[in-house]
Design a protein. Structure first.
Length: 171
């Protein structure tokens, strides 16, 4: 959903007369004496921040467009486990390198379970579902790589107590 700062821009571009006037400005083909309809369209485009008057002519407001592009931009981290998450906090890919995988799995464990908690499979699945649609795959990875311990009956999960006991398997 666009924020309110972009609504005038979208409204101008939704107007066929304004789109036509904008095309003329972009192509440097605007008439020297615009009609009343074209003048209204140009005023709407100017109010929206798409064009600026430059003497007797109009030009695209490139600085304003660049500014709008930068609003709300979230740069994706280049390192650390956050680079494997979408902006809304879901896993978008699993790393292939073991160190990166372990870093991601450790970050997931710290997000979903406290070291003093014991969760049943449904509770753990519910928490993991905030991160991925494939909760079984993620749960299995957390156990297989030693970040979570599963009791012998398979009914309870808790944070692994000894990092040195973590499995040394690769996916």
């Amino acid at each position: 959903m666009p924020d309110d700062s972009i609504r005038p821009l979208l409204a101008a571009l939704a107007n066929p007369a304004a789109r036509e006037a904008f095309a003329r400005v972009v192509l440097d083909a605007a008439s020297d004496v615009p009609s009343r309809r074209e003048e209204r369209a140009l005023t709407q485009l100017e109010s929206a921040g798409l064009i600026v008057r430059s003497g007797k002519t109009w030009a695209v407001d490139e600085a304003r467009l660049r500014s709008l592009l930068q609003q709300g931009v979230r740069r994706r981290p280049q390192d650390g486990p956050e680079r494997f998450f979408t902006p809304d906090g879901r896993i978008d890919r699993y790393p292939t390198q073991p160190d990166d995988r372990d870093e991601l799995l450790q970050a997931i464990v710290s997000r979903v379970i406290d070291s003093a908690e014991t969760l049943n499979e449904a509770e753990l699945g519910a928490r993991l579902s905030a991160l991925t649609d494939d909760t079984a795959r993620l749960r299995r990875a957390l156990v297989d790589h030693g970040f979570l311990d599963r009791d012998p009956s398979g009914a309870a999960y808790r944070v692994a107590t000894n990092e040195n006991d973590r499995a040394v398997t690769s996916t």
